[in-house]
Design a protein around this ligand. Structure first.
Ligand code: AMP
Length: 416
């Protein structure tokens, strides 16, 4: 029979790797708790409408990357391609605004996008991220940037990472800027790629995001969004920079940073890492003051970021020494079938006493089981054979030093 293999762009996280995932997850949980963020978990699939309306019809994600299908009742459903839309939906649906004027939430989980797989780009990948609802003030922007910075620092990644910062202004500023941008591009529009020509009408700002060298040339001397800031946009962005300086978080202003999704306004930012190669974005985010209202909630300012966990782990690989799996304290060897009830009862007691313990279940020879015990890295092996069963005793073997003692089962925990 032919073997069934995993789907292109999806990856198994094998036991040798899951340890690293757990450590990253622990850092995320710990730092988010430190900053007063609480975890939210939303379903893996939602109505297609949710993403079309929030992320934007003309974005890459919605126009070509979503895994969508028609359900039996005819409704269109989609595997979540990002999490902000789901979190906002949940925030509105459960009136989280009513519970606290400032809601600080974080999440971790898998996402699905039908992209061309390459290093750091998968079809099922994982993100952690935060969303802060309720405050329009710049200290909220810098709080979430600081949170990202803390996670990067805890992982040892902040030394190499660069924080790119920009503001794309409020909606008034953006509509004036869009017109100026169109006026600038229009005379050369035919020389732009098909994608950019399509974006010209529907998602003009995204053209700035181009990776094509000939387009970058065409964009030389392009007007900057900062020339169109309202007074409030300017004050907001100046304060963000001032606060980041006060917190000793270095950043680079990048006037062409616009980010891929439609819902952003004002502050946008990205952390990149040079070790990632072509897909160098570790984490990206920004303010989205109009999204809650767009999705049917009361106008609520908000800001968030999302980070790619696979990319964090790739970046970590380049700086950390390989760490082995956690080792058990004890490897339990039972050599007789009729000793199993006593053996299992002892294992229970030891685990209750806090020991990490593995019990052999293959019923092989003493020699084979001891080999396995050594391989597991356990500090001690416990051996229950015929003699020990008859005398209610058990052998404790120190696997490092090689010596062993026989003790009464009743005093085992104390002896260990
Ligand atoms: P986005 O939701 O597109 O703003 O992406 C936020 C972060 O998720 C990026 O900075 C990447 O680290 C990560 N990311 C986005 N798309 C993928 C993908 N297809 N595979 C792996 N990581 C991704």
């Amino acid at each position: 029979m032919s073997q069934i293999r995993s789907i292109k762009g999806t990856h198994d996280i094998l036991p040798g790797d899951s340890n690293r995932w757990q450590r990253l997850e622990q850092v995320v949980h710990q730092v988010c708790r430190q900053f007063g963020y609480r975890e939210i978990r939303t379903p893996m699939f939602e109505k297609t409408r949710l993403f079309a309306r929030s992320v934007g019809e003309e974005t890459d994600i919605v126009s070509k990357e979503m895994y969508s299908w028609e359900d039996r009742d005819g409704s269109s459903l989609t595997l979540r391609p990002e999490l902000t839309a789901s979190v906002v939906r949940s925030y509105i649906q459960h009136n989280l605004r009513g519970q606290a004027p400032a809601q600080r939430l974080y999440y971790l989980g898998p996402l699905f996008r039908r992209e061309r797989p390459q290093k750091g780009r998968q079809r099922q990948f994982h993100q952690f991220g935060v969303e802060a609802f309720g405050s329009e003030n710049p200290e909220q922007d810098t709080e979430i940037i600081a949170l990202a910075w803390h996670i990067l620092s805890e992982c040892g990644l902040s030394v190499n990472a660069t924080l790119h910062l920009n503001s794309i202004g409020s909606s008034d500023c953006r509509s004036a800027y869009k017109e100026a941008l169109k006026d600038f591009i229009r005379p050369n529009l035919k020389q732009f790629s098909e994608t950019s020509q399509r974006r010209f009408e529907t998602n003009t700002l995204r053209i700035l995001d181009t990776k094509a060298e000939h387009e970058k040339k065409l964009l030389e001397g392009v007007p900057l969004v900062s020339d169109y800031f309202t007074d409030d946009d300017k004050i907001h962005f100046d304060s963000v920079q001032h606060f980041l300086n006060a917190m000793d978080i270095p950043f680079a202003l990048n006037p062409k940073l616009v980010r891929g999704l439609d819902y952003y306004s004002r502050t946008v930012f990205e952390f990149t890492s040079p070790v990632l190669g072509a897909q160098d974005a570790l984490l990206g985010g920004g303010r989205y003051d109009e999204l809650v209202e767009t999705l049917g909630g009361k106008p609520t300012p908000a800001i968030g970021f999302a980070a790619g966990m696979e990319r964090f782990l790739i970046a970590l690989e380049s700086i950390e020494k390989t760490e082995s799996d956690p080792k058990p304290d004890i490897y339990f060897i039972c050599l007789e079938e009729d000793g199993l009830p006593a053996a299992l009862s002892l294992c229970q007691q030891l685990r209750r006493a806090g020991k990490n313990l593995v019990m052999d279940s293959l019923r092989r020879s003493l020699k084979a089981q001891l080999r396995e015990a050594n391989k597991s890295g356990a500090g001690h092996a416990l051996i229950l054979g015929r003699e020990e069963i008859e005398s209610n005793s058990i052998v404790i073997k120190d696997l490092e030093k090689g010596h062993q003692v026989t003790v009464l089962q009743s005093s085992l925990i104390e002896k260990l």
